[in-house]
Ligand binder design. Sequence first.
Ligand SMILES: [Zn+2]
Ligand SMILES: [Zn+2]
Length: 149
Amino acid sequence: MINMAVCDICGAFGSGTLVSAEDMRKAVFKNGFNPFALGIVTNPRTLHNVTFEGWKGIVAQDTSDWNICGGCMPKLGLYLEGKPKPTGVTKATVSISPLVETLAAKEAELKYKPEEPAAKKYCIYCGFQMRVEGIYCPKCGKRQVDVSR
Ligand SMILES: [Zn+2]
Ligand SMILES: [Zn+2]
């Protein structure tokens, strides 16, 4: 979502780092970036909506790169997966109807679900990483005693 050289999050003037819509969606829906909670929304109208819920609908629909200022980038950066990869898309049509927003946000929430931490188990004798359901260590062959309960 590129406004004319305005930060797409806080509304500060100037060109900043371009972040692809896809990276932005991952930051918001998968990794929990919430500029409202972080207090970096100084002008809610910049975000086209006054609530985080509504804004998520915008993020979900947008297909263009986001212009992020030097103030917002370090905060957003913590929620990005690697370096931002702009796509060069500068225009996108986004509906700001509450119904469309809600549907789009719901869809994105499903698509970009936070990952469950991979279940891991290590042999209590030799430390070899093994299947969670494994009873015998494939490396040292010792039977695992469940000490977790
Ligand atoms: Zn900003
Ligand atoms: Zn072992």
